[in-house]
Design a protein around this ligand. Structure first.
Ligand code: FES
Length: 164
C-alpha cells in the first residue's frame, strides 16, 4: 500500500470510528478542504517515495501552500535572486500534477507560454490555485519534476478494506 493510499484509508477509517463513537450518527460535516500529497524528487533510503501531506482551502496558491509548510519548491533556485518570487516570469517553480488537476485552476497564459515544451500536467506553482472555496478531494503533486531521481506509479485504486 502506498503512502497516499494509507492517507486516504486513514481518513475514511477516522470517519468510521467517529461514527461508532457517536453511536452510529454521522460525524459533523468537515469544512471544505483539499488534501495535498507532495512527493519529493528523491526516494527514502528504503527506496519508497517520500510523501508529505498538507491540507488547503479553495483560493490558496499552490506556491504559498508549499512555502508556508516547508515543502521544497525551487530546488537549486531557492535563493531570492534566482527566482521571480511568484511573478510567473522565471519558470523555476514547476510541479507535476499527478492526480486532481480538476481541483485546480486551468493553466494561465503565463504557464502556456513558459511550459509550452513540457508535459500538459506540469504547472507553475505560483500560477496555480486551489479551484473553488467548496472544493474537496485529493491532489497529488510531484515536486521538482525536472530533477526527479526516480519513477513511481500512482495507483488510483483505493485500498480494499481487507488489505492490512
Ligand atoms: S516563481 Fe517565477 S515563475 Fe513561479
Amino acid at each position: 500500500m502506498t503512502e497516499v493510499q494509507k492517507f486516504v484509508r486513514l481518513k475514511s477509517l477516522g470517519r468510521v470510528l467517529v461514527k461508532r463513537i457517536n453511536g452510529g450518527m454521522e460525524p459533523p460535516e468537515e469544512p471544505p478542504a483539499v488534501n495535498f500529497a507532495f512527493v519529493s524528487s528523491v526516494l527514502l533510503p528504503d527506496g519508497t517515495p517520500d510523501v508529505h501531506f498538507r491540507v488547503a482551502c479553495g483560493g490558496q496558491k499552490l506556491r504559498d501552500i508549499m512555502l508556508d509548510s516547508n515543502i521544497e519548491l525551487y530546488g537549486p533556485y531557492s535563493r531570492p535572486l534566482l527566482n521571480c518570487g511568484g511573478g510567473g516570469t522565471c519558470g523555476t517553480c514547476i510541479v507535476e500534477v499527478v492526480e486532481g488537476k480538476e481541483l485546480l485552476n486551468p493553466r494561465t497564459d503565463k504557464e502556456k507560454e513558459k511550459l509550452k515544451r513540457n508535459p500538459k500536467n506540469w504547472r507553475l506553482a505560483c500560477q496555480t490555485t486551489v479551484g473553488k472555496p467548496d472544493s474537496r478531494g485529493l491532489v497529488v503533486i510531484q515536486q521538482l519534476p525536472e530533477w526527479k531521481g526516480h519513477e513511481w506509479n500512482y495507483n488510483k485504486k483505493p485500498p480494499s478494506e481487507s488489505e492490512p
